[in-house]
Structures are given as structure tokens and as C-alpha cells.
Design a binder for this molecule. Structure first.
Ligand SMILES: Cc1cc2nc3c(=O)[nH]c(=O)nc-3n(C[C@H](O)[C@H](O)[C@H](O)COP(=O)(O)OP(=O)(O)OC[C@H]3O[C@@H](n4cnc5c(N)ncnc54)[C@H](O)[C@@H]3O)c2cc1C
Length: 356
């Protein structure tokens, strides 16, 4: 295990801001990750687990303890199929997520093609149950291998044990900080059709006579993402961000009706989608956070010193160069306050705040 001191975290994040880590270890194996945890325990240091740094705002003061970057590599396809005819892939938590998606698509295995172009690591995907264009990783995760900091053991959590829901799992709620994700097993469908339910994707392929294959779907998703500044493209100032800064609010039927009345009174049609997570909540609706932000006076391209809103997507706060975490949080506060004043809805940030 190579222990480093005072390592700058900004270059290890997509936002490219924030202070240093007091101690830093990059673990390429489960053993190294466990050694790093023991080191933090022995010195009573707070531990932060870093993946690809694509969903973080790191405080300007940095992290006072140990940052453990999980860099365990490897994509392995198990021989044969499971009882449902699916193929299992065991993937190291440190693999690039998009590299795995590309690998799966080339192997003609369906299930993650709509999640093309999402930055970050494989180990980051179960944490907030990454989702886009009609797919979520919880639909294909078979199990998650973790190091349990509570009892110092490596164990396998099945999908149900992870309690996946919209942008959440045990890893970012009730068991936050307990588990270090070492490996994720995905069950994909060999020869399966691409999932083409999302409106943007349907529009992309409108007028086509033949059904697009997985590779074409992947390219379409990456193309749509690039247009929205949601693909990391070197030199594009709109992608120095943490992606969507706010979650889409999920409202009860009554809350949704109240919001709809406000929208109608202002002459707007409120875009919303069904968001059932269980049969008892089938009337829940997911409302577009981007719409609420834009309709509160924060248009695409809005500027506020070193920080601003992406010129391609109202939901992304961007570092226009030289921004501080304090400036990002100040813009976040302004947006939250304004949206709440106008729409009586509290937007919840999606990125993880580190060191505040
Ligand atoms: C341009 C852009 C577009 C994006 N688009 C989407 C999108 O469409 N959908 C979506 O859901 N997200 C999106 N995101 C957010 C982000 O890419 C995902 O949440 C991603 O899965 C985060 O993974 P990461 O490895 O970068 O995690 P990090 O940002 O490094 O960490 C995020 C959280 O996960 C924890 N974590 C990471 N790795 C591990 C591990 N091995 N063990 C335990 N905990 C761990 C960290 O402690 C932290 O709490 C986007 C971000 C950007 C910048």
C-alpha cells in the first residue's frame, strides 16, 4: 500500500475543485483497501471512499483524514448462463463504468446500454443506483461484494439487500460509510434487444424502419448526452460539473396536484412522470428538477462569477474555471431558495458533499 500525504483532490473529480486529502491511498486490490482501512482506524482518521469523483463537491479545506481511492480492476465473464439464461459479469469496483458498458455492448449483452457515457467507476454505480434513459443499475445488479467496516469481513450482498430506489440504496442512506464496494456482479441478457422507451431515444430513431441494435443505442445515448453536456468531453466547459446537481423531486398525488395548480396559474404545463416504487405509492409523480430550476429564473448559461449553469442543461452547475466549493454551494443555495419560494418544492442535491 502506497500512502501519500496532502494529495490534491480537485484533479480527481469532474468538478475540478476542492482542497487536498491529508492522507491518500489508491487500492488496486481488496487486500490494499483493507490495509488502508486499518491504517485509518489505527490513527483514528475519518475515511472517505473515492471512486471516479464524478458525483462529489469537495470542500475547499479538503478532507482531514484518509481518502481511499478504490482502483480494483477487471471485467470477468463467468462461463455459461444463469438459470434465467443471463450472463454474469464480475467487475472490479475501480473499472471505468463506461468501459464496462462498451465491453457489454460489444459482447452483445443487453441491460446497461442506456447507461452509456455516465462517468465514474463501477463501484460508484450501486451507491446512488445510477440511472438514465429508462434504465437503472438495480435492474441488472446481481450482487455487490463489499468490505464491511463494522466487522472487518468481506461479504456478498444480494440485490435485495441493497434496497435500491430512485437515486438511493443502503450505501447512501441507512448504511452510509459502512461498506467499501470491491466488486459488482451484473446479470445481462445475451442477444437481448436494446431498451428504447425514453422519449429522447425514441425521437432519435424516429422514422427508422429497422430496430436499432445495442451498439447504435449506445452511440445514440452518448450523442444525446454530449448535446446536453452530460458526457465528459475534453475542452467542453459545460462538463466541468457533477452532472445533475439536483434530484428530480418525487411527489405524492396531493403535492403533485398542488404544484400543478401553481403551474397552471402561471400559464405553464408541468412536465411529470409516474414514479411508483411500490404498489402503494403508484400515484407518486416524478417532476423535472431542470424545469423547476429554469422556471425559477435560472436559465441555461446563467453566470455567477466562476460558477454558472451549463449552457446545455439547466440542472448542471458548472465550474467555469477557478471556482471554489463555497461558490458552488452559494449558487446551490440561491437556486434552492428561489425554487422553494416560487414552487413550494425543496430541491435535494444529488452530489455527495465531502469535508463540509
Ligand atoms: C457529466 C456527468 C453526467 C452524469 N450523469 C449521470 C446520470 O445520467 N445518471 C446518474 O445516476 N448519475 C450521473 N452522474 C453522476 C455520477 O457520474 C454517478 O453517480 C457515478 O456513479 C458516480 O461514481 P463515481 O465512481 O464517480 O463516484 P464518486 O463521485 O467518487 O463517489 C460518489 C459516492 O459513492 C461513494 N463510492 C464511490 N466508490 C465507492 C466504493 N468503491 N465503495 C463505496 N463507496 C463508494 C463515495 O464515497 C461517494 O459517497 C453524472 C455525473 C457527471 C459529471
Amino acid at each position: 500500500m502506497l500512502l501519500q500525504e496532502n494529495v490534491s483532490l480537485a484533479p480527481l473529480t469532474t468538478f475540478r475543485l476542492g482542497g487536498p486529502a491529508r492522507f491518500f491511498v489508491e487500492a488496486k486490490s481488496s487486500g490494499e483497501a483493507q490495509e488502508a482501512v486499518l491504517f485509518a482506524q489505527s490513527r483514528n482518521l475519518p475515511l472517505f471512499v473515492l471512486g471516479g469523483g464524478s458525483n462529489l463537491v469537495v470542500a475547499d479545506s479538503g478532507w482531514p483524514g484518509l481518502v481511499l481511492k478504490v482502483a480494483i480492476p477487471g471485467i470477468e465473464r463467468r462461463p455459461g448462463n444463469d438459470h434465467e439464461g443471463r450472463v454474469l459479469f464480475d467487475v472490479g469496483a475501480g473499472e471505468s463504468w463506461d468501459r464496462f458498458v462498451s465491453h457489454a455492448v460489444r459482447a452483445k449483452c443487453a441491460g446497461v446500454e442506456c447507461l452509456s457515457g455516465i462517468p465514474g467507476s463501477v463501484g460508484g454505480t450501486p451507491v446512488q443506483n445510477v440511472g438514465a434513459y429508462g434504465q437503472e443499475v438495480s435492474q441488472t445488479i446481481e450482487s455487490v461484494e463489499v468490505f464491511d467496516r463494522k466487522d472487518g469481513r468481506v461479504r456478498e450482498l444480494c440485490r435485495d439487500a441493497c434496497s435500491f430506489a430512485y437515486r438511493s440504496s443502503i450505501f447512501n442512506t441507512i448504511e452510509r460509510g459502512r461498506f467499501i464496494i470491491l466488486r459488482v456482479t451484473y446479470a445481462l441478457t445475451p442477444g437481448g434487444e436494446p431498451h428504447l422507451e425514453y422519449a429522447d431515444l425514441k425521437r432519435h430513431f424516429e422514422g427508422r424502419e429497422t430496430r436499432p441494435d445495442l451498439a447504435e443505442t449506445r452511440e445514440a445515448v452518448r450523442h444525446i448526452r454530449a448535446r446536453k453536456g452530460m458526457l465528459i468531453v475534453a475542452g467542453d466547459p459545460d462538463c466541468q460539473s457533477a452532472g445533475s446537481f439536483f434530484k428530480n423531486p418525487v411527489l405524492s398525488e396531493a403535492q403533485h396536484e398542488a404544484l400543478q395548480r401553481r403551474a397552471v396559474a402561471k400559464g405553464f404545463a408541468l412536465p411529470s412522470y409516474p414514479a411508483p416504487i411500490s404498489p402503494s405509492l403508484e400515484k407518486n409523480r416524478k417532476v423535472s428538477a431542470a424545469w423547476l430550476v429554469e422556471k425559477s429564473g435560472f436559465a441555461r448559461g446563467y453566470g455567477f462569477g466562476h460558477v454558472g449553469i451549463s449552457s446545455k442543461h439547466a440542472l448542471a452547475i458548472v465550474n467555469r474555471g477557478g471556482a471554489t466549493a463555497a461558490e458552488v454551494l452559494s449558487l446551490k443555495d440561491q437556486i434552492q431558495q428561489r425554487v422553494e419560494e416560487i414552487w413550494a418544492v425543496r430541491l435535494e442535491p444529488e452530489p455527495v458533499m465531502v469535508g463540509f
